[in-house]
Design a protein around this ligand. Sequence first.
Ligand code: EPU
Length: 419
Amino acid sequence: MGLWTITGGNRLYGTVTAQGSVNGALALLAGCLAVGGETVLERVPRVADVELMLEILRRMNCKVKREGDRVTVDSRAASMDVVPVALMSKLRASILFLGAMLGRFGAAVIPMPAGSVLGPRPVDLHLAALQTMGASLRLEDGMISCESCDLQGGEVLLPYPSVGATENAMLAACGCSGETILRGCAKEPEVVELAEYLSSAGLNIRGAGTDVIRVRREKCVGKMFHRMYADRIAASALLCAVGACGGKLILQEVISSHLQPTLDVLGEMGCNIKIHGSEIVLQSDGKLWSPMNPITTGPYPSFSTDVQPLLLAACLRADGVTVVRERVFGGRLSHAKQLRQFGGDVSLTEDCAVLVTGVPTLRGATVRIHDLWSGAAVLLAALQADGESCVVDDNCISRGFAHLDATLRQLGADLEFTD
Ligand code: EPU
């Protein structure tokens, strides 16, 4: 449990190097188990979910070493003898061990992941994909067991481009004897990053970033190296913060195409944005206007559901009415009520749309946050509000953001974070 004390109203100025991708790292760490050998990953953000994933790997007999942002995982001696069920249950991304273990050991036993504050988090698409690849499955006492003496691969159709199900199928395909053709895949950068890593480990992967991915195991490579992409959601959060508060942000080491949906909307709202290679410069006078057309969240390259709460926070003082439709996680609108506590004019419609009518000023509030990105949206509201805000943090910002307090202070925000 932590406490953020924020006195809003400051403009934000400065240069920040983007952190490495959290969701990308979670997928690649499962990948380290799937492929065996020794992997060096650079730019691995020190956030709670990643540390949990590393601890799970340690318990499964991998040698794991962290030196700053560099992580080495040697999974040659990994085994399924100890499955750290309690640790796995804390982390949604542990579902990726299902495909990873199946691909590596021909069997897997993991706990069923719990739902989350975003609503129910089914895994039917993951399970169906693995079954199509030749695995037999059993669900019993909250555990998922699956095995296959001969994973075939073949053709797998995902009826919805789930990020996790695409990743799980790719991980299981590491152990398939023949070619696996995945159709209806997610196109998120995290999927492309996993494909890049698995290719470096000796898999022949074509089509990542499109809706058809082909995977074939070709050779075994013992040593892998990968430098994580920039975290597009954490980067979007900083862009939204500076856009809304006003100021100038020089954001370094990003892949601007991954941020295009966010940049398009912030540009339309009046931010001045320039891209120079891997650097984005955003300037804002803090007086934004609402985007002209409704924003609808969806699978990449549509507007990200993770950025939705951040955008709403950036629109609280924008001139006009913003309409955002949430189409990925129906339960991801809890921040609407929290943003109202700052004086925001935010209303919900029955079909999961949010309407924000810009108000001239916000006031400080005391709010408790339970989820990473809606929590970050609350912090963005506090940064814009007149007076002091207290945000009680159920350890959610640290799940996905490394040193957010120091980064915001470095940009000129007036805040303290106590753990
Ligand atoms: N879905 C199903 N059945 C499944 C899987 C998904 O119905 O078997 C549904 C989900 O309920 C949801 C939609 O499909 O409505 C999209 O879910 P998806 O599987 O694509 O999401 P995910 O893999 O569980 C990842 C990120 C999320 C991010 C989503 C969407 C990780 C670890 N998580 O989740 O990030 O919101 O993709 O882009 O990669 C976060 O970072 O905090 C976070 C929640």
